[in-house]
Design a protein around this ligand. Structure first.
Ligand SMILES: *Cc1c(COP(=O)(O)O)cnc(C)c1O
Length: 408
């Protein structure tokens, strides 16, 4: 019997045992059972409070259970939830208008998950290649980056470089070429007459908050325009104020041809994603060519509109920038000169600490015991991405604990 035998019947143990008995084993969560959230905080079933430094992979930029988004969800749930796109609904138009105006795009196509937005972007780019660029049938190519993360469908994992995501899932969809991330010369070298698009994350979040060299996005934009290749920015994680601007592309004044959003589009209350594009590109979709039963339903649209309002009303881009600067400065100062720390990097409130050892998983558990929930990547890196509503005191408190644990 393990030393926790006296705790065998704790609610935590029971919840974990049941999930492990009946669940698939595709996740290995740390042993914390959460039951309530508010702002930057999460509470477990034993009543312990944690600062959430993962924010559901940046889906909860607006903070857990944001009152305005919760109110929109409840009101719309009582009114109308799902009609299918066979009919119009009164909430979709206002939501799409808000999303287009906020991002500077012309048109938006609603889906549910980030992976579906990526799949939609791929279909859009291929159709555009055949109809507009006149690429020969079934020859369209899409260039992607090494160490990308774009989701979990069979097509998407087919161009992943992560063995854990691909092993045993083939055969994969053809039509993708991989280049090193951040390498503009490699991008230009990989382009052929059949290239439809370059699909890229402006910062690679899942890879461990990897920033490309400065100027890469701008160079990619110029190269894509010159070769008549669509630039598809996957901002599912970096978008919606996380990095200190509404879109990360703004950091280099780049406008993509196709923009993919998800995660924070609902502030964590509903799965919502969007593919946004310039009008001439989106025009290649005709009625019947693409769709989704839940995509664009009135409940999602009402929640999405409220979630976008919160980003604007609470100036969360600016907040991510100022709080991110404060957080990163505190981490850099506190961890300076520590031999086990390789790098503190990030943008806005998307921050990572990379270590010279492979103890990230153990440190994440120590952080949890100290009231900080964070996620390790690749054994060496821990990501810190709190809700953007975090305040100065909370940043300082979190940074002090993180410095203490990582600098041990
Ligand atoms: C999370 C993520 C996705 C996939 O989103 P899901 O909602 O999990 O399907 C796609 N792209 C990026 C950059 C992401 O971070």
């Amino acid at each position: 019997m393990n030393p926790a035998a006296t705790n065998q019947d704790s609610q935590t143990q029971r919840c974990i045992a049941e999930a492990e008995r009946y669940g698939a084993t595709n996740y290995a969560p740390i042993p914390v059972v959460l039951e309530r959230g508010e702002g930057v905080y999460l509470y477990d079933v034993e009543g312990k409070r944690y600062m959430d430094m993962l924010s559901a992979y940046s889906a909860v930029n607006q903070g857990h259970q944001h009152p305005k988004i919760v109110a929109a969800l409840i009101a719309q749930a009582k009114t109308l939830a799902l009609t299918s796109r066979a009919f119009h609904n009164d909430k979709l138009g206002p939501f799409l208008k808000k999303a287009c105006e906020l991002t500077g795009m012309d048109r938006a196509l609603p889906m549910n998950t980030g992976a579906e937005a990526v799949e939609t972007g791929i279909k859009l780019a291929r159709r555009w290649a055949y109809q507009i660029k006149e690429v020969p049938a079934d020859k369209a190519e899409i260039i992607v980056c090494e160490h990308n993360f774009h989701g979990r469908t069979t097509t998407i994992v087919g161009f992943s470089s992560d063995e854990g995501s691909t092993e045993g899932f083939g055969p994969f969809t053809p039509g993708f070429r991989k280049i090193p991330y951040g390498d503009a010369a490699a991008l230009e070298g990989a382009i052929t007459d059949n290239t439809a698009a370059f699909l890229v994350e402006p910062i690679q979040g899942e890879a461990g908050v990897v920033l490309p060299p400065p100027g890469f996005l701008k160079a990619a934009r110029e190269i894509c325009s010159r070769h008549k290749v669509l630039l598809i920015a996957d901002e599912v994680q970096t978008g919606l104020c996380r990095t200190g601007t509404v879109l990360r592309c703004e950091a280099e004044e780049v406008t993509p041809d196709v923009l993919l959003l998800g995660k924070a589009l609902s502030g964590g209350l509903y799965p919502i994603s969007l593919v946004l594009a310039k009008a001439d590109v989106m025009a290649v979709f005709s009625p019947g060519s693409h769709g989704s039963t839940y995509g664009g339903n009135p409940l999602a649209a009402a929640v999405g509109a409220a979630a976008l309002d919160v980003l604007v009303e609470e100036k969360l881009a600016e907040r991510a920038r100022t709080m991110g600067e404060r957080f990163m400065a505190a981490l850099r100062k506190g961890l300076a000169g520590k031999p086990q720390i390789k790098e503190v990097r990030g943008a806005g409130l998307l921050i990572a600490v990379e270590m010279n050892h492979k103890e990230a998983k153990r440190l994440v558990k120590t952080l949890a015991s100290r009231g900080i929930l964070a996620k390790d990547t690749h054994h060496t890196t821990i990501r810190f991405a709190p809700a953007l509503v975090i305040n100065e005191e909370q940043v300082d408190e979190a940074a002090a604990i993180i410095v203490d644990v990582l600098g041990e």
